[in-house]
Design a protein around this ligand. Structure first.
Ligand SMILES: [Zn+2]
Length: 182
């Protein structure tokens, strides 16, 4: 099998971390993992604890990678909300491409034990929601400043949970709540 990432190496049968079956590129050191191999290993080794290792900076390319088995474009999936890194996933065969160092990155992020979980729509949606939250939070922080942001958050929470919230909101937003004119 040819490596579709560096396009010049061969993917040779290997064991990732001496744990489960994979294919490793003899040129770029990337790994191709079939999720069924990962899951069946995990089922047989439920107690396995992953040891996080020092991770050197891992290059993350945004380029599309083709599935080495089918030649179709793989999907980019987020690892976690705190990581910019994405892994490439072939929906067609249920395989994941990990660039050199990305497995170590997964271990450091505490995600090595849930590689199959990363691939689920629920997980990806959750990460996207969290990322959106972070984006808005930093936007509000820079717009309002820390003090006012805290204040308005408190006010909003109080208002949202109040049984008379729509009356309170009208009062708050009216130019003059004591004027008969609208
Ligand atoms: Zn390669």
């Amino acid at each position: 099998m040819r490596c579709t990432s560096c396009k010049s190496g061969n993917l040779n049968p290997s064991y990732l971390d001496k744990l489960f079956r994979a294919h490793t590129c003899d040129n770029c050191g990337g790994n191709w993992v079939l999720i069924e191999d990962y899951v069946s290993w995990k089922e047989n080794n439920p107690e396995h604890e992953f040891v996080a290792v020092e991770v050197e900076s891992v290059e993350d390319s945004d380029k599309a990678i083709l599935c080495p088995m089918t030649g179709t474009i793989m999907r980019k999936l987020h690892i976690s909300k705190d990581s910019q890194h994405k892994v490439d996933y072939s929906v067609a065969v249920g395989g994941v491409w990990l660039d050199k160092g990305e497995w170590e990155l997964l271990k450091a992020a505490g995600m090595a034990g849930s590689l199959n979980g990363i691939l689920t729509q629920q997980w990806q949606t959750k990460i996207q929601d969290e990322k959106a939250y972070q984006t808005f939070e930093s936007l509000y922080l820079s717009k309002f400043g820390e003090q006012d942001y805290e204040k308005i958050k408190e006010l909003r929470e109080w208002l949202t949970n109040h049984p008379r919230k729509s009356d309170l909101r009208s009062y708050l937003l009216a130019d003059d709540p004591y004027s008969a004119k609208r």
